[in-house]
Every structure is written in structure tokens, then in C-alpha cells.
Design a protein around this ligand. Sequence first.
Ligand code: NAP
Ligand code: MG
Length: 511
Amino acid sequence: MGRKTKTLAKTERQTKLKKVSSAEPSHQIIQFGKIWPYAPAPESTKIVNIQPRYELFINGKFVPPRSGQYFDVINPANEQKLCEVAEAGEADVDAAVRAARQAYEKIWRKMPGKERAKYIFRIARILQERSREFAVLETINNGKPIRETRDFDVPMSAAHFFYYAGWADKLNYLIPGREVAPLGVAGQVIPWNFPLLMAAWKIAPALAAGNTVVLKPAETTPLTALLLAEVIQQAELPPGVVNIVTGAGATGALLVSHPDVDKVAFTGSTAVGKKILRAIAGTGKKATMELGGKAANIVFEDAPLDQAVEGIVNGIYFNQGHVCCAGSRLLVQESVAEIVLRKLMRRMETLIVGDPLDKNTDIGAINSRMQLKKIQELTQVGLQEGAQIYQKRCELPSKGFWYPPTFFTNVAQSSRIVREEIFGPVLTIQTFRTPEEAIEKANNIAYGLSAGVWTEKGSKILKMASQLQAGVVWANTYNKFDPSSPFGGYKESGFGREGGRQGLLDYVKIL
Ligand code: NAP
Ligand code: MG
């Protein structure tokens, strides 16, 4: 590594991560060597109407929980309470599953595919019509920048409903020569990093295939799922076809182990995924698991380096690194390591960390105090392991949960920060000499969700893609999604696919 990196890293280490702030404003552009701040450009919040209290969505209606319990939901960017949300207990989960069963037997499974499609198209169109409202609400509840929710989360959610609506009347073509049937009631549990998009990924294929749904959003981010419940009412979906039960892990556990749930679809941590698999073992329930990741982003010496640096930044820093497929391990060919690092540090200085509602913001808030603690703990582990740290110099807001873009050099393949998912804006950097060494380092890990390859040689891309153990391999780009393209993992990153034709196969049985 270059001398400059070492000096910076040493200074940061001496200050033990505390002194990440400086006098410079976080909003800045570099012009003729001078740094000028951008003017604030906050998105108005007038379009959203957050109610003081939210109930459960069961059988087409918002109903108070039989448990009588509510929990607070906060804005992670300023720690202000937004509202309280019902906590579903055993009787509530049971009522939701019963509503889903009734809707399945009496209406949804019998409805011709072309009729089901009309409802799903309607949901997609209303989502588009109300896209600004969804984007602002998602940003307030999740802490991710409005640019991400406006340009990615919400349009991609609508796209998934559009895509699967198109499949609903074509199920006979799913497997040539074979007929398929729905599984029944799907119990779906999702995390906080893409609250609306994960709901769309789960609900759209389930409905297209003729299943009914009970969905549990994450405790910290239930608000866009509850707004989606309103959209579902607006689309006049028959009552009980989609039910939403809010709560924490205990509610999720009740849902997946309910005896009348036929299919469990889970996205979240590998630890909870394993717990769920143990809970449903021997019940005959079908399951799909989208779990953690620790993706290698591999940069060869012949890559377009400026684009690669942009891809590295997109892969780990945008979205605060709250992405299961985040490019959290940079593997860079030794001959270009120094120049890539210099370019990366320069780019990091121009990243804007701050108010998620500001349209200029690149990096918003960490979703919860718990997640921030986990990032801080693993960063300390990295320092104890002897890694060298570099963090962006920026002023972080005094309220809320924040973490500056960070990278570590001088890490070993055996370092915990290289092997464990940090789920924050923290990158580890290793070097390699040959493609074989890159593949060895990329694959020598418990996870296998995604990877990135940067090179101008098509043959190298194909060779790497065929040998990388990852569900998705991006070439000369990163974090690109399309509803027609399947997504899922190898090894401890889970099994089953979401998106595309493969995503539907996980919601049907073959007759
Ligand atoms: P998590 O703890 O696995 O939670 C995911 C979902 O499962 C949440 O809705 C959670 O409820 C629920 N849950 C917790 N315990 C459960 C149980 N015993 N039975 C059924 N459901 C249960 O993950 P997280 O807190 O969202 O994030 C932590 C880690 O998950 C991250 O650091 C990352 O490793 C991983 N993650 C992976 C992805 C991915 O797409 N692969 C996405 C996000 C997170 P509550 O959280 O509401 O209590
Ligand atoms: Mg949790």
C-alpha cells in the first residue's frame, strides 16, 4: 500500500475512531482545488401522513391486536418517535393465517390467472402513482437516502408487481409439458434493509402463482408495508389474500411455525435462517432462504479503473452497506492496488453523508442503534486484528445513528472482518496476483450471494463467473437488478431464488 495510506491509517488508529469529524462541511464539491458546499435540497415530507398508531392488516381490514401490545417506531436519522405499531401475538398470527387460508380455498386458488393478474397489475399501477409518498416514507423510516428510495426501491418494487402480473395467466408455460398448482398459505418474514422491495419480491410471485400471504415486516421498518396494505385495499384485492402482521422476532417465529402455513419465505440473517429451518424441520413446509453475504468485488489491472472505483463505492457505501449483496470485500490486482486506493480515497472525500431526505445525500443513517453497535464492534475487532483503517473525514449529525465510509487494509483472509458480515459502510481490501488467487480468496468464505468482476476481457469475465461460487456475478457494474433475473445464494447465503421464472417455481408444486 502507498505511504500516504499508511500515514492516514495510522492517524485514524491513534484517534481510536473517535475523531472522524473535521471542520469541513459534509456537503462538498471540489472545484479548482477549492471545496464548495452544495446548497441543501431537502425533499418535502408533506406528502406522507404518518398516523400516531397503526393496527394489524388482517382479512382486508386494519384491526387492533388481540395482544393489546404496541411498540414504537423511530426515525433512525434523528431518533424521533414516528408512531406506534401493533405487536401481533399468537391469536393475531392465528387470525391472519386463518384469513389467508379462507381466501385461498374460497377465492384465490380458484380464480383464473388472467383475473388474478388484473389485481396484481392494479397494485403495480397504484404503487407507481403513489411512488413519491412511498419513497419519502421509506426514507423517513429506514434512513436510506431519498435518491435510493425514489430511483431504486420504489420503481423496482412496482416493476416486480408488473413482471409477475404478466406471469399469472401463463403458469402452464412455466415448466413445458407440466401443470403446476399453488402451495397454499405463504408465511413471509422480511428484514429492514429494503422494506418495501422485499415485500414486493415476496408478495408478487406468491400471488401470481395463486397462493395467499401473511407477511411480517421487520420491527424497525414496518411503515411502507403498512402503506402497501392501504394500496392493497385500494386495489380491492379480495380480503385475506394478503395479511400483514407487525411485530418483532417472536411474531416471525409464531408465523413460520404456524401449522397451517404451507410455505416459509425468509430474508434476513443466516443465524435466524438456521433457527427457522430447525423450527420447521419435519413439518413438510416448503422453504426459501435469502441470507447473508460477503461479496468479493474483483478489480483486474486491465479494468476501467475510474468506473471500477464508482462500482466499489456503489457496492459498499451507497445504502450504508445495508445490502446483503454489498461488495464488502475488495480484491484488487497488486499492480493497480495503489492507484485504485488513491482514487477510492479521493472519491470518498466527495461522498455526502447526512440528511437522508436531502436529494444530494449519498449516504444516510444506519437503520438502528443495534446495527450501529454491531458495525462499531466489528470495526474494533479489525483494529485489534492489526488491520489499518481509513475513514472519510466528515461531520456526522449529533442525533441519530451514523457511521462514516470506512475501509481496512492489511487484512488477512482469516480476519474476522473479512469473513463476517458487517452490514455497514465498511470495506476490506486485499490484493491478488493471478485470477486463480482471486477465485481462491473470493470463494474461501462461508457465504456465496454475489460477486463483481472488473476487466476489459470478456473471456476473463466468463472464466471468473463460471468459477465464482455466487448466485449473481456482476461484470463491470454492481448492484444491478431486474425482476426477470433470479437472485439468491450458494452455501450459507441460502437457497431458492427470487425474481424471474425461478422465483415462481419456489411458489408452486408440479402436478
Ligand atoms: P434478522 O434478525 O435475521 O431478521 C430478519 C427478520 O426475521 C425480521 O423480520 C426479524 O424480526 C425476523 N426474525 C427474528 N428472529 C426470528 C425468528 N426466530 N423466527 C422468525 N423470524 C424472526 O436480520 P436483521 O435484524 O433484519 O438484520 C441482521 C442481519 O441480517 C444483518 O446483519 C445481515 O447479516 C442480515 N441481513 C440479510 C439480508 C439479506 O437480504 N440476505 C437482509 C437484511 C439483513 P425483527 O427484526 O423485526 O425482530
Ligand atoms: Mg432482529
